[in-house]
Write a protein that binds this ligand. Structure first.
Ligand code: FES
Ligand code: FE2
Length: 434
């Protein structure tokens, strides 16, 4: 009897075991049996136990992008960052730095601040009014009759933070990965000229995608699906991720135009001393990174239908609008586009195994005036549309992964960065589970 070549290699749709230790062994097996070049088995996208492992092995161990300095410009400004079971307060302090505090009251664990962002002096828990300083010290707790209550033992727990090129990163591990400073040395020279400390939020969008966080990150690592982004394709060359060998006939003209724009952009970058080379270390670092400066189509300035600038004010000390897009993908949870006239940051915050918050923030020069220097609808149009389209793609894959018919499928050549992301994830998790 012959075996059909179409027979599923694996029919693993869910974890089979129910006991925690057996589940752990089964998850380890899933990692060990992972087929290189193929998407992951279904439980990686659908199983709550794998999700909780992801939170421990990735989100509680690595440096995460939290916000940009423009989101907390003044002392006392804060944003709440939530992922999995974690809630953090990222607060600007009086010294101009940033404190990151666990948003968990040391009395009975209530969330101390509940707004997604705001400004505050001391932090007062809404339950029994325990009051913390902006540094997290417990400074007031009414304690009638208590004689041996030592407030100094009950400060809010702190997490680590770093600011590089105006981006705020957090890490809740006791000992954060030490290679992050090295990663920052790679991206800082690319991003710093756009000077985020002199930007303001033009718009922020929070969307919940009905998909596992890895599907969100996978989707961002390929342009195989870029036919599904008509607005973006006006300015972003849809040949992204292709090579001379893999470019299809219908994109040959675009490929040529892209090559010419690339040469012109490189000449301009050399003139201004801006780095533009591709650095691609998606699965060779603890903080996987890809960064480059790449041309945009048309005028080459911004994500508009003709590539023309969307804000009249240049960022930082830049002297030219025609700088394409400096784009960074930073694992585990972010990607960015730095342009001459604005910046877009994308933060990925997992909620559970099948839902992920994607926060997109458009930043413009702090002296740009809405209506005069930029039109908010035009500024945000391309990526609002692109986000809606990407959300739909991610959700289709999540539905597929939950289906009994799902089995891992092959990544195409143009999806080599997706494979690299998955490879990074598997390595990091195997190290965690070892
Ligand atoms: S739980 Fe915060 S004061 Fe009681
Ligand atoms: Fe997309």
């Amino acid at each position: 009897m012959s075996v059909s070549t179409n027979a599923p290699r694996t029919s693993r749709g869910t974890l089979r075991s129910t006991k925690p230790l057996d589940q752990l062994a089964e998850i380890k097996d899933l990692f060990d049996e992972r087929r290189v070049g193929y998407s992951l088995d279904a439980p990686f996208y659908t199983d709550p136990t794998v999700f909780s492992m992801d939170m421990q092995g990735i989100f509680q161990k690595h440096w995460l992008f939290a916000a940009s300095v423009a989101e907390v410009p003044e002392p006392g400004d804060y944003v709440t960052i939530e992922y999995g079971p974690t809630s953090l307060l990222v607060m600007r302090n009086d010294d101009g730095g940033v404190n990151v505090l666990h948003n968990v009251c040391r009395h009975r664990g209530a969330r101390v601040l509940t707004a997604p962002s705001g400004s505050t002096g001391n932090l007062v828990c809404g339950y029994h009014s325990w009051t913390y300083s902006p540094e997290g010290d417990l400074i007031h707790a009414s304690a009638p009759g208590e004689t041996d209550f030592d407030k100094s033992c009950f400060g809010l727990k702190k997490a680590h933070s770093r600011i590089y090129a105006g981006l705020i990163f957090v890490c809740v591990a006791d000992e954060p990965p030490t290679d992050f400073d090295e990663t920052a040395k790679i991206f800082e020279p690319y991003l710093a000229p756009h000077d985020l400390s002199r930007t303001k939020i033009a718009y922020q969008q929070n969307i919940v995608e009905e998909g596992n966080w890895k599907l969100v990150m996978e989707n961002n690592r390929e342009c195989y699906h870029c036919d599904g982004h008509p607005e973006l394709a006006c300015s972003l060359f849809p040949t992204w991720g292709l090579t001379e060998e893999t470019v299809p006939p219908h994109l040959e003209d675009v490929w040529q135009r892209n090559k010419e724009s690339e040469a012109a952009l490189e000449a301009r970058c050399r003139r201004y001393g801006l780095p533009y080379e591709v650095v691609e270390e998606l699965d060779t670092r603890i903080a996987g990174i890809r960064i480059s400066r790449e041309p945009l189509d048309g005028e080459g300035e911004s994500f508009s239908p003709d590539g023309h600038r969307l804000s009249k004010k240049l960022l930082g000390e830049l002297r030219d609008f025609r700088l394409g897009r400096c784009s960074m993908h930073l694992q585990p949870n972010s990607w960015f586009h730095f342009l001459g006239d604005h910046v877009i940051t994308f933060g990925v915050f997992p909620i559970n195994e099948h839902q992920t918050l994607v926060r997109t923030t458009w930043l413009v020069a702090d002296d740009a005036v809405e209506g005069d220097d930029y039109d908010l609808e035009k500024l945000t149009h391309t990526w609002k549309q692109t986000n809606i389209q990407d959300k739909a793609f991610v959700e289709l894959c999540q539905q597929g992964a939950a289906s009994p018919a799902y089995e891992p499928g092959p990544y195409m050549k143009s999806e080599y960065q997706v494979e690299a992301f998955i490879n990074w994830y598997v390595q990091r998790m195997q190290e965690h589970l070892a």
